[in-house]
Design a protein. Structure first.
Length: 515
């Protein structure tokens, strides 16, 4: 049986032009982009059509010619940097390798150019990051490394598949400005794949709208935004996170409480690897989260947001008092903590990296049930998995497929279903909507609100998308360099921010004037 992923998509990208490919997860955007570089799995075929690049049909060139094009004449920024970067190689090696292969740069020249690229894409203290491995960087920092690799050889065509998904709003603005500047200087063409229509409005000359593998509307960006013709395009333009969270009992005892929480990572140097300093990822934070409450945590990449969440769940070492449901857990052993794990869950930022490729979707979602509810029969487990998939907008009929067979947005919903299937009391949501298109973002926000109301759930919502934070959070914590720079009710933070850093974040994300 053959599945048609893309049907007769026709478009052109001229030199110096940006063409945006938009549509919901699973619409065929990434398949279309990967086809250009022939990066689809061997089982995929192109029964008709042609892909002309600088006069050559890429569907008919040999592997040697393709290697010269990939990474040289055509660069690509993949959607999920953690799975695209080699975990065994340093950042310097991965960025410089592209230039050594295609431009024959020496070690010294490649190192110099690598430093320039890392600084261009906004990585602070770039020289100290050269020897770092991907797992030692935040999600946003990894995405910036991917962008640096794609831009290294100043390609004729850049395919950018969700290039700013994991990047905070201030750096997003810097990166988009960087892409525009590079495009202006080199005449590079850009194929931009994104679900963020704000980026499309700012960047694109032309827009191609895809739905269920078909290109349903194509034309100048100005016309698409001002006078869309297809109903699906109109729906996309109207979709955005809306509403406010339901009230919660502010007098209820906190589900999670932390006091003077600190996470310091040692910096080692010298032949004997002595500790010479510490990276203060979380530096003395107090936090309370109550039943029915959502606390939003915002800040730039590397500010300590995810580290704070991992420390609360005792997934990394920390100092300070932590209590869950009235019980002190900061001194508990792993064995003592295990029975409490079902009540505290996390949805990770990178769904592909956190889902086992060897397990089916059903096995992934039921894994927690096997541990915490061992007496359930196979039929009862399957029914629970089916219910969790329906709640998160997934077709239960797909539960025996594997993660690689799903789009990025669908994988994120699987990750949410895995957390929610245990009916926890507290959930950390680490960028749960970053990989989702706008219409599905709104659905997931409504879903999370509904689950919170039904089960009186406490959420910590970590995100750089302030529109989503505003729609879901009761209170907001603004972090910078491991410290809280501002906190308060969401309405106060968004309408009357006090700190300059908060005002900068809001201005970048919500396009408001700084007062």
């Amino acid at each position: 049986m053959t599945t048609t992923a893309v049907e007769s998509a026709t478009f052109d990208i001229a030199k110096g032009e940006t063409m945006a490919l938009v549509g919901e997860s699973g619409s065929g955007k990434s398949v279309t982009a990967l086809s250009v570089m022939r990066l689809l799995p061997p089982s995929a075929i192109h029964p008709a059509g042609e892909i002309l690049f600088n006069g050559k049909d890429l569907l008919r060139v040999n592997e040697k010619e393709l290697r010269a094009v990939r990474g040289g004449e055509i660069g690509i920024i993949f959607q999920e940097p953690m799975t695209s970067l080699n975990p065994l190689h340093t950042i310097e090696r991965q960025v410089s390798e592209v230039m050594k292969v295609h431009r024959g740069l020496s070690e010294t020249a490649a190192r110099k150019r690598t430093l320039e690229l890392l600084e261009q894409v906004g990585i602070r203290d770039a020289e100290s990051r050269l020897g770092a491995f991907p797992h030692q960087l935040s999600g946003g920092q990894r995405q910036r490394v991917m962008i640096a690799m794609a831009l290294a050889n100043e390609p004729d065509l850049l395919i950018a598949d969700e290039p700013t998904t994991a990047v905070d709003v201030t750096v997003q603005a810097q990166l988009l400005a960087l892409l525009k500047d590079l495009q202006k200087r080199t005449g590079m063409a850009i194929m931009l794949i994104t679900h963020d229509l704000g980026i499309v409005r700012e960047m694109a000359d032309n827009v191609a709208v895809m739905y269920q593998g078909e290109l349903v509307e194509y034309g100048a960006a100005r016309k698409i935004f001002s006078a869309p013709e297809h109903d699906y395009t109109k729906m996309l333009l109207a979709a955005q996170p809306k509403g406010v969270p339901e009230p919660f009992d502010a007098q209820a005892p906190a589900v999670f409480h932390a006091e003077n929480l600190k996470v310091h990572f040692p910096v080692k140097a010298g032949v004997f690897r002595r500790t010479v300093d510490y990276v203060r990822a979380v530096d003395g934070i107090d936090i309370d989260v109550r039943p029915g409450q959502t606390v939003g945590v915002v800040g730039e990449s590397g500010s300590g947001k995810t580290t704070l969440g991992l420390a609360l769940l005792r997934l990394i070492q920390s100092k300070g008092a932590i209590s869950f449901d009235g019980r002190a857990i900061d001194a508990m052993t792993a064995k003592e903590l295990r029975p409490l794990r079902r009540d505290m869950q996390i949805v990770f930022q990178d769904p592909y990296g956190s889902l086992s490729p060897r397990l089916s979707i059903a096995q992934i979602i039921e894994e927690g049930l096997l541990v915490h509810f061992p007496r359930l029969t196979p039929a009862e487990r399957d029914a629970t998995v089916v219910a969790a998939m329906r709640e998160t907008g997934l077709d239960p009929g797909l539960r025996h497929r594997y993660p690689h067979e799903f789009s990025g947005g669908q994988r994120q919903r699987v990750a949410i279903a895995r957390a929610m299937v245990l009916k926890p009391k507290f959930v950390i949501l680490d960028e749960p909507t970053s990989a989702l298109d706008m219409s599905v973002q709104a659905q997931i926000i409504d879903l999370l609100r509904g689950l919170q109301q039904k089960h009186n759930l406490a959420y910590m919502f970590i995100s750089h998308d302030l529109r989503v934070v505003r729609a879901l959070s009761h209170d907001v914590i603004v972090m910078k360099n491991g410290k809280v720079v501002e906190r308060g009710p969401a309405g106060q933070i968004f309408e009357h921010p006090r700190e300059d850093y908060t005002k900068t974040l809001l201005a970048a994300a919500l396009n408001i004037e700084e007062s």
